[in-house]
Design a protein around this ligand. Sequence first.
Ligand code: ZN
Length: 122
Amino acid sequence: MNDLKSKIELLKKEVSSIEYDKNKEVFDGILSLIDILSEEVRALSDRQESLEENLEYIDEDIIGLQDELFEEVSIEDLMEMEEEYVEIKCNNCQKPLFIEGDTINNSSIIPCPFCNKNAIEK
Ligand SMILES: [Zn+2]
């Protein structure tokens, strides 16, 4: 960008040294056009830069989310999860039920989904 700026400045100097004639007017016109265009390009590249910066942040966020979502689950974790559920038989209809161990320990009534009666009624 700075390179472009200095080239434009150089051109301006050269044009200003031209003796007044029709050519000078044309050159001036072209130069002011180039000036406008170079400003546009600069503004665009500024926006591009900030877009790229934002993309980088989004990228980092996504990587963080991925890490959270796909945190490795070990075999031990899976076993532990499985252990939390206990297979019991409904006291009424004898169908197998999978109940959380805590629930069995803490409740006196577990409704059986098959017969709707209390599965742990003694
Ligand atoms: Zn039952």
